[in-house]
Structure formats: C-alpha cells, structure tokens
Write a protein that binds this ligand. Sequence first.
Ligand code: GDP
Length: 301
Amino acid sequence: MAKRLVTGGTGMVGSAIPADLKIGRKDCNLGDWQAVNAFFEKEKPEEVIHTAAKVGGVWANMHQKGDFFRENVLMNTHVIEAARLHGTKRLLAFLSTCVFPDQVSYPLDPQKIHLGPPHRSNDAYAYAKRMVDVQLQAYREQYGLEYISVIPTNIYGPNDLFDLENGHVVPALIHRCFLAREKGEDLSVWGSGKPLREFIFSEDVAQLSDWAVSNYTEAEPLIFSTSEEVSIKEMVEMIVELLNFKGKLIWQSDKPDGQFRKPSDNSKIRSLLPNFQFTPVYEGLKKTISWFEENYPQIRK
Ligand code: GDP
C-alpha cells in the first residue's frame, strides 16, 4: 500500500478518508513554504489527498476575499510543488463548483471551467481554486505528472465548520436551529429559500476520493455529484423536522441568495462507478445532526 497523506485531516472530508498520515492546521502550516517542503522531505508521501482549504459560506466569501484568495493559492501551490519535488506519485486536489463561470449553460461540466468570470460573491475563492487546475495541467505538460482534481458539489457532514455567520448553509442552520430550539427563539434563515444546490454527504466524497486517487488519471477534473437539486427551503424544512424545532421561521431578505443554481453533470462518475450509492440527503442530514448533538459543544465553530 502506498504511503498516503491527507491534508486537512481534521476537516469534514479529510477526517473521513483513510490515511497513514493526516495533518491539520496545527501539524504543518501549509501557507509556509519552508514548513511544507521540510514536511514532505521528511515524510515522502507516495499519495496525497489535498483537502485542506480556507472555506466558508456565501457571507465569508463576500467579506474576506483577500484571505480566501491568498491562503488558498499559497496552500495549493505549496502542496502540489512539494509533492512534485519529493516524488509523490499520485495526488488528488479539490476544486469546487463555484469555479464555474457565473454566466454558463447548464449542466456544469469540466470543459466550461475557464469560459468566463465566476459569480461575484465568491470570485476570489473561485479564482484561487481555478489555479489548481491550471497548475495541475502545467505540471502534466512539463513533468508528465498524472495528478488529478475533483469537483464536489455542496458538501455537508460531521466535523464541518458550524460557524453561525461564516459557515455553509447546512452547518450554520443546524447550529442556529439547535440554539433556537434550546432557547425557545425563532429561527432566522437567509435569502429567499429559492436557490437550488446539489448537496453531497462528506462520507460519499471521502469514499469517492479514496477510489479516484488510485484509479482516475485523466487531466479532466472529475465531478462528484448526485445531480439532484434541493432548494434551500426544502433543506431548512428537513433540518427543522430532524431537530424537532417548533418555533417560527424568519426569512431574512436582506441577506444574500448567492448563485441561483449550479446543476452539474455527474455522468462521468456514474459511468466509472455505476454501482456507487449516494447517501440520500435526508439520511446524510440525520447522521450529521446526530453527530452534532452528540458532540456539542465540542464542535468546530
Ligand atoms: P454557496 O453554494 O457557495 O452559495 O454556499 P452556502 O452554503 O453559503 O449556501 C448559500 C445559500 O444558502 C444561499 O442561497 C443562502 O441565502 C442560503 N442560506 C440560508 N441561510 C443561510 C445561512 O445561515 N448561512 C449560509 N451560508 N447560507 C444560508
């Protein structure tokens, strides 16, 4: 078995992937080239699954653009270069569906990544992630490395960042709904509830990554998606039911909706793994909420 390193090992996806070595923020600062280079020199991982990233929901992406750009560009550039220098044979890096242009025909497919500017709300993060694709294609051409990238849709699951303001919609709402239930308050939800997202369970992403790092070698990023759209309103209703929340919902129309939808084409992963069963969103949410309640207040927030 190849010696496998997972970066972002304490995060939502990284914690669910089996590995010989997992590193989190405290083990190695991926923004520091000397630290990354020394780490790879010492450990010489043969396989790398790079899940580490500075991530957040629509609010964080709109208000910390400089941090999102800089931290992600540095981490990605360093990890991919250190892997090359120290003989890593296989590397898998994560893109995101926000890399796609805002004005684009649906469904999203990897041919369309660089066809126009991303949505304004998360353009800094999206451009940083696009550079992963650029770097991997460049390394393929110059060094013949078959490093790959994958594009998961909106991931949720245990070990997520449950920040009330800066988190993604699922963890932020689970946390807010839990607090509202405990305090007997109303639950505020952002935007109109109409936007659609394709939610994917973190453990499915982990299993697919585990497979892809050793079996997929193509230059084209591989989309991980159920291709099933769920509206924010439907998602909120499931969270409310699973947390047994009886209070009122307040829709905050002054908060952003973000992109209206971003349906993706999952035909490639379907044809590569025809028997793979995606976790239904209700089941995944149930597991996530049970995990949240069991681990509260020691959650990341
Ligand atoms: P996105 O796919 O990058 O836009 O990621 P988000 O996870 O931030 O999802 C944003 C969608 O959920 C938008 O339509 C928001 O208006 C809606 N939403 C509703 N309540 C919340 C919330 O508390 N936090 C976040 N992040 N989004 C929310």
